[in-house]
Structures are given as structure tokens and as C-alpha cells.
Design a protein around this ligand. Sequence first.
Ligand code: HAM
Length: 409
Amino acid sequence: MPETKKLSLEPYKGTRDFYPKDQFIQNYIFGVWRKVAERFGYLEYNASILEETDLYRAKSGEEIVSEQTYSFTDRGGRDVTIRPEMTPTVARMVAQKRKELSFPLRWFSIPNLFRYERPQRGRLREHWQLNCDIFGVDSIEADVEIISLAYEIMKGFGAKDENFVIKLNNRRALNRLFSEMGLDEEKQKTFRRLLDKKGKIPDFDEQAKAILGKPFNANLEPDKETSELMQKLTKLGITNVVFEPFLVRGFDYYTGTVFEMYDTNPVNPRALFGGGRYDDLVGIFGVEKVSGIGFGWGDVTTRDFLETYNLLPEYQPPVKLYICHLENYLEAANQLASDLRKQGVNVAVDLTSRKVSQQVKTADKENIPFVLVVGEEEAKSGKFKLKNLKLGKEVVVNQENIISSLQIS
Ligand code: HAM
């Protein structure tokens, strides 16, 4: 017989399976994101994971398109890419409907994104990313709002100011500096990309010298816009913000403010969120310009952060009550479950014919807070022993009092 290759049990490299306990955490993270974004008046949108590759060629930046995308040719000969980020998609959507949309536009989405990267802590090949963006506000007020929104999300997760720092810079100021240094547009691009890697590569100084023809030493102070932004944020009580003269951000489309947020604990060296202003992106579709600013916030680094600071909620399944049964009482158990479900309670019935003690064990293992057993006595009397598995306490209740007795503490 030919030898068959054993199928792997692992998910595809750099992706994750979400078992219910992981999905619980994922839902928690998405829940905080969604709640705070909606509190700020942002509306949810979505799109397909597939886009024509040209969309990313236009403005994302070379590295992401040539090295990090999952791209293929479809059966109709189209060049297709699985989205590595959401910004080009949202810019396309805004450009398409700009005449019907009312500005300022505040939108959010939680897409999964795919990047062909070397998997490591905080970086995978598939991640989910909260995207919050404002379109149609040219003034600094949008920059202030978008950073306040991100800050409030951190507060929503229970983070303290000293746990994280928001780093700010401005692309316009960087470009001014590059012009003063006498760099032409091509060299600016090359040098910007190198600057983006400062601190991550060992030979920055040599590479910088190769591009500039002399050593790079700039004495940088915050530009007017960044200073104003910092002042406005301070007024709102957001003080864990610093000017970071070498913060560049990898994408070519940024035009003004750029920012990233970092955990202050060095175990998590990757940014939790990053974003900036991109006033020319909608315009690349050949329509009039609409300014934009926003951020992307990853679930991977967020989970690491929450674990580091013990901020994850305790796991609780949505199932409130597990109904066990003695022999011949499965039907009665199902009937009771059906009645309770009609009243909105999440109930599961043990469908096996195992001993009751084993059925209860299953509920306990699954962290289901309540159990009751249906047998002859219960069926006759209509009274049930409802057990709180956490407290080990039991109460005897009539069927109509079951729901009101499902209080965890
Ligand atoms: P980005 O800096 O590439 O920006 O990603 C934003 C955040 O997504 C990162 O700070 C990180 O938390 C997470 N992230 C990115 N790549 C990965 C990965 N391979 N694995 C895990 N997490 C990752 C953007 O994508 C911009 N489009 C954001 C934006 C929105 N700018 C304006 N609006």
C-alpha cells in the first residue's frame, strides 16, 4: 500500500485556531473595541477579504506589496490579494460613495488581515485589527479625537496610564527635514524606510551614511502641529504621549500626524496600535480629495498586553444551566430545557446515559454555573434541586422559580 502522508493537526503557519476559551477572549476584545468606538459615534462597515492587487500597489508601500501579501491570479486572470490592511479598502469605499456620504464620516471595522511575515511574539500571518477612521476633517481636531478614542479603549480594557505610551510624529515635519538635508524624493523614500527600521537593525548608522553621504545626526524638536496636538491631548488628561522624532510608520500614504502605542513593559516590544493622517489616499481613485485619519489596532498584541497586566476577564461560557437526567427521563429533561429556552435562558441537556455524577462533572469542567437533575421524583413533584457549582450550594425550586434562582453569587 502506498504510504499516505499524515495530515497535520496544526493550523496553517502563523494562524490560530480559536477554541471556545480563546474565542471568549477574542469576543471580549472585540466587545470593548466596538463599545468604545460606538460611544464615539463610529459606524461599523465591512468588506471582502479579497481585493485587486493594484489597490495595494498604488499606495501601501513596497515592502508590504512585494514581500508580505498573499496574492494569486484568479481563474479569470485577475491579480488578487488577500487584504493585508484595511485602509486602502475603506478609502476605496469612501471614494466610491463620496457623493452620498455625509462628512465628517466616522467608521470602524474589525477585519481579519493576512501578511506573509515571520511568526513571532506579537506578529502572526493572520490577525484581526480594529480600524477606526475619520474622513473629511482637515483640522487637528480629528487627530485629537482619534487619539482620545484610542486612549479611551485602553481605559476600557482597564489599563493604567503608566502601562502604555503613545508616540507621536509628523510626516510633514519629517519631509521638511529631509528637504533641508537636500534629499530628493527618491532618497527621501529610501531614507524614510530606513528610519522606520531604526532601533531594529544593527547597522543603521552605516546604511544611513550610505544614503546621505554623511553621518545622520539631527537634533529634532516637535514641530508646531505635534506640539499643538500634545497640548490639546494634555488638556483632555492624556499625558502619556511623547514626541518620537524617528517614528515613521511603514506605509507611504501617511501625510501628517503619525502615531503608535507601546506597552511600557519590554516583554511586549511591538506596537498595540498605529495610525496616522492620510489626506491623499481617497484622491488616488481619481476623485476629489477627502482627508482621512485613523488607526489599526491588532488583537494579538492586545491579548499579550491584557495577559501581561492580568486584565483578561475570567472565562464564562454562555450556557447558564446544564440539565442532567436519570434513565428514562431524557425526554422530560428536554421538555424542561425547551420551556426555559423559550424564556431566554441558555440551557444544555446532557444527552448521554452516563451516571448523573459524570454528567455533573461535564458541566463543572465546562464552567457551567448551574446544574439540575431530572428524575422520577422531580417529574412527579415539579420541584428541582438547583445546584450552584461554584458555591456548592443547592436550593429546591419550582419550575417557575428556576430562572429567578440562576444568580451566580
Ligand atoms: P499597521 O501598523 O501595519 O497599520 O498595523 C496596525 C496594528 O496592527 C499594529 O500596531 C499591530 O498591533 C497590528 N498588526 C499589524 N501587523 C500584524 C501582524 N502581522 N500580526 C499581528 N498584529 C499585527 C495599518 O495596518 C494601517 N492600515 C492602520 C491605519 C488605519 N492607518 C490609518 N488607518
